[in-house]
Design a protein around this ligand. Sequence first.
Ligand code: PLP
Length: 457
Amino acid sequence: MKTIIEPFKIKSVEPIRMSSVQERAEILKRAGYNPFAIRAEDVLIDYLTDSGTSSMSSEQWAAMMRGDESYAGSRSFFRFEEEVRRITGFRNIIPTHQGRAAEKILFNVLHKPGAVYLGNTHFDTTRANIEYLGDEAIDLVIPEGLIPSKIHPFKGNIDLERLEDNLKKHKGQVPAVITTVTNNSGGGQPVSMENIRETSRLARKYGALFVLDSARFAENAYFIKMRERDYADKSPREIAQEIFSYADATTMSAKKDGLANIGGFLACNDDDLAAEARNLLILTEGFPTYGGLAGRDLDAIAQGLREVLEEDYLHYRVRSTAYFAEKISEAGVPLILPPGGHAVYIDAGAFLDHIPPEQFPGQVLANEIYLHGGIRGVEIGSVMFGKQDPETGAFQPAVLELLRLAIPRRVYTQSHVDYSAEVITEVYKKRRELRGFKIVYEAPYLRHFTARFEPLA
Ligand SMILES: *Cc1c(COP(=O)(O)O)cnc(C)c1O
């Protein structure tokens, strides 16, 4: 059958408030043409992020009621620990309030002067935590991973040759090699089992730990099942277990494949590393059996981790993202292909090729899809990553001008996706009428969150 049916029924609903184009034009003006400044209730379909936005199942809500809020040694912790261990196999499981808290603790423990981390593409919070300590993060994704239209089954793979070169060059300075599954900053692209296995072998050969940033481990496992030889008959759980078997440690944001609204963890085998991590955890997160989470959150994650590996769920998840991408691709819209697991990335630079990077085509497109259909996405281009040359003041664009539409898990139905594709296709037809923006206010750091814009005449 071609039709994707959502493998769930809906028991509790949250209304979407409809709005008119005129109303949305006013809202955009008030928001300084920055979708981050729009109230959620003024959005029809919200693709700002897939983080913490999942719908929980009835079993997860039931698990919340079983939450044990004891300060130390709560039953919720042991249920959480058992589930994480069943998938990852790690001895030490340390809960945190979200993924970046696990990263902060791990990189503090591993820090030494001149440390260099090597990975496919370090996610923003990973890179920020490394650089905050004065250490360095080097991205070594394969060249195909940087070309939007290039078809390759595992565009998240690390370039093994450059990895080995860098391990040699920085010998003794690399505390860990980090593979992010799926490669979020590289378009949610998967990493193959072969690449994970070889990365692990190389890391160990040069005395580095192999760490997985595993926010979307289940989506990655499903891509391996679909695309890699010898894995078609394995279950997503078996594949996930094999992925983790090659690693020494993992940090995870449970706000993605944990199917939870908050949470994360750090897990590893080394007891000394775990002891140091727990000491830091007590300073910033809390006692080691709750780590910044309520007992009910630990239970919601434990149940979410069981559900996320169900094959029906993963099939629906990956197929519905691909369906969205295929629909707009057929209409001629340029995008990153093949689509990753959690988002569709429109190539706004090609979509609006009459608008130069210094007039922010991704931001223009983000505004237009909101105006036209109430859809919210996020610019990942020169608003987020563009710079000014400190000497000449000349504009330095980002590598790509993208608009990301991240899809919350189990939240929207196929008709929401059909509507979204219709809106984007209509905007594509009138793309020549669109004009660029200029920035009228920006903060010194992370300007994309609060910048204000004005349309150019
Ligand atoms: C979201 C994310 C993080 C950070 O997790 P938070 O829970 O948002 O702190 C780290 N790495 C990857 C790959 C992510 O997607």
